[in-house]
Design a protein around this ligand. Structure first.
Ligand SMILES: [Zn+2]
Ligand SMILES: [Zn+2]
Length: 200
């Protein structure tokens, strides 16, 4: 089964192969909040408690068939995840490690909601809530499912290494090991400003 992946304006298109081992979760960390605000998409990405819904899978299952040249990425700091979005309409797409050997992809829900589709159709129920201490709501949601999600991710990554699945990755040039678009690294000031901007 395939689930469509697209940016809001439709320039970037593709699909995710449903492996049945995805982790659907919500991350409340301030970095995910800062990324949404960087794109000016706080209101479309974040839920009422500042959470970002993500679907974690392996790079080999993510296929971008059109508009790949619209992919851009940032890093919130030198050591950090690559945070991918579409340059055309600032739709957040995914978070990936900045390391081609770790074939892990956290897809941001917005790119999985085109044409009336919903992540729940293909990836099941939400199984994890992480970094709930950074939730912006007065009543913090309860954290759950993090250890078992970590375990599933480690097993997925090992499989991708052993069976060579990591060699399929739409975000990296496998030959050079480089991201297909060089990341822009935010300055410490820029990041600080994003974290204190509640309007974005
Ligand atoms: Zn677009
Ligand atoms: Zn996060």
């Amino acid at each position: 089964m395939k689930h469509p992946l697209a940016c809001r304006c439709g320039q970037l298109n593709g699909y995710v192969v449903c492996s049945g081992h995805e982790n659907r979760g919500i991350c409340y960390c301030t970095d995910c909040q800062a990324f949404a605000k960087y794109l000016g998409q706080g209101s479309t990405v974040l839920d009422q408690a500042g959470g970002t819904e993500i679907v974690q899978t392996l790079s080999e299952f993510v296929h971008i068939t059109e508009g790949k040249d619209a992919l851009r990425c940032i890093k919130l700091r030198e050591r950090g995840l690559l945070r991918w979005y579409s340059a055309c309409c600032k739709t957040p797409i995914a978070n990936t490690p900045d390391n081609v050997n770790l074939a892990f992809v956290g897809l941001v829900h917005n790119c999985l909601e085109g044409q009336g589709h919903q992540p729940a159709e293909s990836f099941g129920t939400v199984k994890m809530a992480a970094f709930t201490e950074s939730a912006t709501s007065r009543l913090k949601p309860k954290a759950y499912g993090v250890p078992s999600a970590m375990m599933r991710i480690v097993i997925m990554l090992l499989k991708a290494r052993i069976f060579g699945g990591f060699k399929k990755n739409p975000f990296f040039n496998i030959e050079t090991g480089q991201a297909i678009s060089p990341p822009r690294v935010l300055s410490a000031d820029e990041l600080e400003q994003l974290k204190h901007n509640d309007a974005a």
